[in-house]
Design a protein around this ligand. Sequence first.
Ligand code: IMP
Ligand code: MG
Length: 337
Amino acid sequence: MVCTVIVDGFFGDSGKGKIVSYLAYADDVEYCARGGVGPNAGHTVTVGERVFRLRMLPSAFVNPETRLLIGPGVVVNPEIVLKEVSELEVAGFNVERRFGLDAQCAVIEPKHIKADRSGHLGEVIQTTGTGTGPCNADRALRRAKLARDEPSLKRFLADVSMELNQALDKGMDVLVEGTQGTYLSLYHGTYPYVTSKDVCSSAACSDVGIGPTRVDEVILVLKSYVTRVGAGELPGELTPEEARRRGWEEYGTVTGRQRRAAPFNYELARRAAMINGATQIALTKLDVLYPECRGVRDYGSLSREAKDFVERIESELGLPVTLIGTGPDLEEVIDRR
Ligand code: IMP
Ligand code: MG
């Protein structure tokens, strides 16, 4: 029985979706619960030729046996939930009967989206404009609408903390999927250029209703270079031309904005490992730094330079790099566990 929390050590967009989908599939996990903020996140899962960009449903949908849950700490947009359920149904992933969201999730309303797209939030913070911050503000003011009061979500309502704790009691495997990244945390990030909640590992546990004593592993996902969308500091930021030259040009999953880029940052990685209590590192997009590593699935076949990079991360962080992403497909992983 293993309870694993997966969080991002930089500014989001590290490839958590790919790591979560790989684990759900490789380890045949029984439960995957999404914590984090809400539909401001965009998790990309590539299965063969098909690319899924999810903003609400857990990335573990690839395993048809995994129960998919959204914890009460998350704010939900009913339209996006229903759209993703039906898209995944059409794609053959039978999510309708295995997806649940907590009755106490807060509901994003049109007024929240409107407030998120103008003034301070839209112009200064440069949020994703998805309404998550204003919805969390209403929740703190005790006037948010909850999922239990939204008729379109009725068929999915669940008691997520009860389900997860009972699953752990029975010895089942649980994945807790975090969103955003450590330096976008309301508490630990680059305030005020942050999201509207803490997004570190302990917050992810709280979001889904499991206590810290139940967690076995915390996987910190680190991309091989750092990106950031929206305003706020990015140490070592490259010019957009230099980012393009290195092949680090990326566009946001949710907003389509070009991501700002910088080299891998050992200092930020060490601090993120500390704050999240990481026990393992998943290093993603190694093939972007070392194209000769594309699709490699055993550690021994990596180039010397790529191995030196992995080993430097291990020695600077004092943690094992157990999973290495070498391409977008969920199977393009070196699994050293
Ligand atoms: P909000 O979370 O929409 O309020 O946006 C606050 C800040 O977090 C902005 O800089 C966003 O670009 C950033 N942000 C929010 N969600 C994500 C994400 O999933 N990936 C990357 N950046 C994000
Ligand atoms: Mg993303």
